[in-house]
Design a protein around this ligand. Structure first.
Ligand code: HH2
Length: 277
């Protein structure tokens, strides 16, 4: 299975490590690490050396309770880093839900739009459709980041998330975006309780059956804190375990903070698969 993006046709026969690069002062687990664009670009180089196969740049936090930032602020954080990483030889994804930011980033050469709103913001669909071949990640989110964790209720979380993703695939295809450009994400922690998140992992194969590759982001999230009793910076082992469980259940792209640990774990997982096979 492949993923068409602006500059790269990504082969997903092996799981890919998408490195999270938060350019925000308020991200829930790694905000404020970089003091400027040059430091952020240097961090991206290290993430690639550690085994990342793509970068996901985000300049607006979407953690539970976070507040939106203006287009100008998001672009001011994003574009200097984007310009610096486009020459690093890997697909560059932009984590944004604003059509203006999507248009500017795609105009500069970004490969992928990773949208936690699945192109639902007015104008977003048109921006991505107007681009010939950029990739897009459609993620499920119930509600808004500011309030999405206020007691979300589902009759069957897997069925409802699947239904949403199928509907979004139909809408993007009708807008002229071929499905070869699309990957799907159940949106761990976005309007879901810990038991919903665990159910999404237990029954993850049902999302694989939707016909497009699955991207998942378990890294350092609250459900892992609940399972282990650990604060956000002590969730590396839990994050790697969740990533491997997701790969075992068919996920093909892992959105992670702890790149080296995840890449090492994948090497062992792949070797074990070869031995077993
Ligand atoms: N999670 C976050 C942000 N973007 N995109 C996708 N496709 N899937 C996810 O699970 C996902 C995402 C939240 O995590 P993080 O980037 O670490 O935090 P913040 O939004 O505070 O920057």
């Amino acid at each position: 299975m492949h993923w068409q993006t602006s500059r790269y046709l990504i082969d997903l026969s092996r799981p890919q490590v998408m490195a999270i690069v938060n350019l925000t002062p308020d991200s829930f687990s790694d905000g404020g690490e970089d003091s400027g664009p040059l430091e952020a670009i240097g961090r991206c180089e290290r993430l690639l050396a550690d085994g990342a196969t793509m970068l996901d740049l985000g300049a607006e936090s979407t953690r539970p309770g976070s507040q939106p930032v203006s287009v100008e602020q998001e672009l001011a954080r994003l574009l200097p880093v984007l310009d610096g990483v486009l020459s690093l030889g890997c697909p560059v994804s932009i984590d944004t839900n604003k059509p203006e930011v999507m248009a500017a980033a795609l105009g500069r050469g970004a490969d992928i739009i990773n949208d936690v709103r699945a192109l639902r913001a007015p104008g977003a669909l048109g921006v991505v459709a107007a681009h010939q071949n950029c990739g897009v990640c459609l993620m499920h989110m119930r509600g808004e980041p500011a309030s999405m964790q206020d007691d979300p209720v589902y009759a069957d979380v897997v069925a409802e998330v699947s239904g949403f993703l199928v509907e979004r695939m139909g809408i993007v295809e009708d807008a002229g975006i071929s499905l070869g450009r699309v990957v799907l994400d159940p949106g761990i922690g976005f309007g879901k309780t810990p038991s919903h998140n665990i159910e999404l992992l237990r029954r993850q194969r049902e999302f694989c059956a939707l016909g497009r590759p699955l991207l998942v982001g378990w890294s350092r999230k609250g459900t892992l804190g609940l399972l282990t009793g650990r604060p956000v910076h002590e969730r590396q082992a839990a994050s790697v375990a969740a990533a491997l469980a997701a790969v075992e259940a068919g996920a093909r792209i892992l959105r992670v903070h702890d790149v080296a640990a995840t890449a090492d774990a994948l090497k062992v997982w792949e070797a074990a698969g070869r031995l077993a096979g």
